[in-house]
Design a protein around this ligand. Structure first.
Ligand code: SF4
Ligand code: SF4
Length: 210
């Protein structure tokens, strides 16, 4: 937080200040069970941490609970009753944000190049640089898989063919397996002929689901 005034700080506090009646709404709402209680969190399960900073391909058992989130989550913040007065305000639509919504379609994000990323995405979502573009694409592929929408099959096939990164290829294979169907299965069988290692294993598992 940046402020433009000098002030005298009071005593720091680690008090959580949770409401007695809340009964841990945030813990119940967390899709991946990352909140462990007593104010602790397992970042390896937190969607926000994983989508910005996760290393390696996202573990299989957490892909489905991560749902359609691509960049961050904050469901625990949105559910907290201490935030509800602010969230309930009838605020006007932010026109600047609304005008950019079309730039953030899943297909556009999956195929974005350096120029697209640095002009349309990075100025607003800057936790990852272009060096980490694989993580953006892996997150998008996982969201497409969780949509189970056949309209994404062509995008996932194209992304598998065009990307070198094994984490992106592996997640495209997972997503195709998750969506399923004849077209996805045929693509996975073609990919399998020329794949090895992590990608081969992902394809093998994905074929079991189609
Ligand atoms: S940001 Fe999402 S995944 Fe992370 S602790 Fe909160 S609800 Fe759970
Ligand atoms: S939802 Fe808010 S008030 Fe309730 S336990 Fe979580 S942080 Fe505390």
């Amino acid at each position: 937080m940046v402020i433009d005034k000098k002030f005298t700080p009071n005593e720091p506090t680690i008090e959580m200040g949770c409401l007695d009646w809340c009964k841990n709404a945030c813990i119940a709402a967390c899709p991946t069970r990352a909140l462990k209680g007593n104010g602790t969190i397992d970042p390896r399960k937190c969607i926000s941490f994983l989508t910005y900073f996760g290393q390696g391909i996202t573990p299989k058992k957490i892909r489905e609970p991560m749902g359609m989130y691509v960049y961050g989550c904050d469901r625990c913040q949105n559910i907290c009753p201490r935030n509800s007065p602010w969230l309930a305000q009838d605020l006007p639509v932010n026109k600047r944000v609304a005008e950019k919504a079309d730039d953030f379609g899943l297909s556009l994000l999956l195929h974005m190049d350096k120029e697209y990323f640095e002009t349309k995405v990075w100025p607003h979502m800057f936790y990852m640089s272009y060096d980490d573009i694989w993580r953006w694409k892996m997150n998008v592929a996982r969201a497409m898989g969780n949509s189970r929408d056949e309209k994404y099959i062509a995008d996932l096939i194209r992304a598998f063919d065009e990307n070198e990164d094994e984490k992106v290829k592996g997640m495209c294979a997972w997503a195709l397996g998750h969506i399923g169907g004849d077209k996805a299965m045929k693509a996975l069988e073609r990919f399998k002929q020329k794949s090895e290692g992590l990608v081969f294993d992902e394809i093998t598992d994905a074929l079991k689901n189609t």
